[in-house]
Design a binder for this molecule. Structure first.
Ligand code: OXD
Ligand code: MN
Length: 610
């Protein structure tokens, strides 16, 4: 270790001891306690440039911004290398990979021995949620990756002020290494990783996270999926709150009345676009609290209050443009780290879908010359931007309010070309939980050739729930058992219905404000819904389609219950539920039985009408 050892800027003995213990194990050359300052961000980015991890972008076009290129084998979350190491295997449930915690730690211990040789260990104190918020929690990430430090600065509240808030309290320890030690004289590579030994591990009982071998996104920025979802979902279960894969938005009507909505969608369903939407309806306004994760606690007044535990966006770049998400584009004009996008000759960034016309020359994410004739993509499909949320032009005034914002409605949606209507209000909280548990996206012919194959992703949490998914359903059901709870209304939405020719029936993007308006009015008690076997659907003409150029029967198709399709859906849900065995809450099988019964009754009525 170097001569000048930095004195820990904390008196927290557990923290000091943990850092010492892990330093002894990992044997870094140095230890740096991150202060979270802008100067430190500058130094770290400069170091990444020196190491070849990053290039500095054109200061005039994209001030204080950097482009990083990862190794081609380290470009996404690795779900097959992600483990929930609960003491009992059955507590991880059928949707998670499980490893015995003692065995896993033994194996990790061997991998971590000397893994930071030749590198610096950074101590990154971070808060998930506004500092001092009763909903927030603090974690400490130890990492040997400057890329992680720079991204954690943008994605979380980080540094000295977190240590001050922590005092002598407890924290979630998050240990990370790229798993690529440097022997004396060995030169570094631009993106060190350890492909053969990637492990993203979670220890729910002891609330620890240990990640090895990957430097990318959710594998390495441990505050996000690992802490804010997998570990936090366990904390939430034990403490009676909710840690969810949900965006949070504020919706204001032309009269200036505001409601907050939380919404869960699987990855690739436009969460960031919805969270930052520019409504096409005059007078309506959407403001962003968060685009990926919501932590929600019941307030003293019985309402459900949500915070965004993150402080930045880690958004998918491809497909984002000034046309479909100007607020995202304006959020990333400065102080942004881009990963695996393409570089323009003038030192700016580009990705597929950013502009209608492709630039004539680029350096691709693979660091090679690229022209529109190239057969490969210029940017990786999972290339990202990391930017501070405060730079978003439509950030909500209350996005950092410690007590959170009161949630009026919860939305569940997926990518469903058929069956699921544009909007539907749940019949009850239990029915809403049923809707959440059945969230799915359907594959399309273009994507895989298997048209209409349904992939369930309950509550969009399948890759992110830190315990048995059936117990998670039970936790949601329990929320209605407390008479003090003023339960938000639950809706399902589907922007992705297609006609027989495979064309989208609904324009989506800013026009989704028309559905949000219907929900807003429904929450206010408008007589705009009709009971059907699957829930309360919008009555004819209650969704404002003024100025839209829809196909003549589009609204009818978007809002009709096809009994046969729904019977197939119910059968598919039943077979999905089988994996949960006897742990599936009775309420959910009752909901499924009741749905099938309502569909049968509807059939009988139709027969009689004939
Ligand atoms: C994400 C995801 O990166 O859900 O947010 O995969
Ligand atoms: Mn996500």
């Amino acid at each position: 270790m170097s001569e000048a050892v930095q004195k820990p800027p904390t008196t927290n003995q557990k923290l000091i001891q943990w850092v010492e213990e892990k330093a002894a194990l990992c044997q870094p050359d140095d230890i740096i306690w991150c202060d979270g300052s802008d100067e430190e961000f500058g130094r770290i980015c400069q170091l990444m440039v020196q190491n070849g991890t990053a290039v500095k972008l054109n200061e005039v076009l994209r001030p204080n911004s950097f482009l990083c290129r990862s190794e081609p084998d380290d470009v996404a979350r690795v779900e097959h290398r992600t483990f929930i190491c609960s003491e009992k295997m059955e507590d991880a449930g059928p949707t998670n990979n499980w490893r015995d915690p003692t065995e896993m730690k033994r194996e990790l211990n061997d991998l971590f021995k000397g893994c930071m040789r030749g590198r610096t260990m950074y101590v990154v104190p971070f808060s998930m949620g506004p500092l001092g918020s009763p909903i927030a929690h603090i974690g400490i990430e130890l990492t040997d990756s400057p890329y992680v430090v720079a991204n954690m600065k943008l994605m979380t509240r980080m540094g000295n002020r977190v240590l001050e808030t922590l005092g002598d309290d407890d924290f979630v320890p998050c240990l990370h290494s790229v798993g690529h030690p440097l022997e004396p004289g060995e030169s570094d590579v631009p993106w060190p990783d350890n492909v053969a030994n990637k492990y993203i591990t979670h220890f729910p009982e002891t609330r620890e996270i240990i990640s090895f071998g990957s430097g990318y996104g959710g594998n390495a920025l441990l505050g996000k999926k690992c802490f804010a979802l997998r570990i936090a979902s366990v904390m939430a279960r034990d403490e009676g709150w909710l840690a969810e894969h949900m965006l949070i938005l504020g919706l204001t009507n032309p009269q200036g009345e505001k409601k907050y909505i939380a919404a869960a969608f699987p990855s690739q369903c436009g969460k960031t676009n919805l969270a930052m939407m520019t409504p096409t309806l005059p007078g309506w306004k959407v403001e962003t609290v968060g685009d990926d994760i919501a932590w929600m606690k019941w307030g003293a007044d019985g309402r459900l209050y949500a915070i965004n535990p993150e402080a930045g966006f880690f958004g998918v770049a491809p497909g984002t443009s000034m046309e479909n998400n100007p607020n995202a584009m304006l959020s990333i004009t400065r102080n942004t780290v881009f990963t695996n996008v393409a570089e323009t000759p003038d030192g700016d960034v580009w990705w597929e879908g950013m502009t209608p016309k492709k630039p004539s020359r680029l350096i691709s994410w693979l660091n090679s010359e690229w022209t529109p004739k190239s057969s490969t993509r210029a940017a990786h499909p999972n290339s990202r931007f990391t930017a501070p949320a405060e730079q978003c032009p439509c950030i909500d005034a209350d996005w950092e309010t410690p007590q959170g914002v009161p949630i009026d409605a919860i939305l569940f949606g997926g990518r469903r070309p058929g069956t699921i209507p544009l909007a539907c209000r749940a019949l009850s909280w239990e029915h809403g939980v049923f809707l959440g548990s059945t969230v799915a996206s359907e594959t399309t012919a273009a994507a895989s050739g298997e048209v209409g194959q349904v992939r369930r992703d309950s509550f969009a949490m399948l890759p992110f729930c830190g315990y048995h998914m059936a117990d998670y359903f039970a936790h949601w059901l329990r929320q209605s058992k407390d008479a003090n709870h003023k339960l938000p209304a639950i809706y399902s939405v589907n922007w992705f219905r297609k006609d027989e020719d495979g064309k989208f029936l609904w324009p989506g993007y800013g026009d989704n404000s028309r559905v949000l308006k219907w929900i807003f009015e429904n929450l206010d008690g408008a007589d705009n819904a009709i009971a059907t076997p699957i829930g309360h659907l919008p009555k004819a003409d209650t969704i404002d389609t003024g100025g839209l150029n829809l196909a003549p029967d589009a609204m009818q198709q978007l809002l009709t219950v096809d009994n046969e399709a729904w019977k197939r859906e119910a059968r598919s849900i039943r077979s999905y539920y089988q994996m949960f065995g006897t742990r599936l809450p009775q309420e959910l099988s009752d909901q499924l039985d009741a749905l099938q019964e309502r569909l049968t009754i509807a059939d009988l009525h139709e027969d009689r009408a004939i």
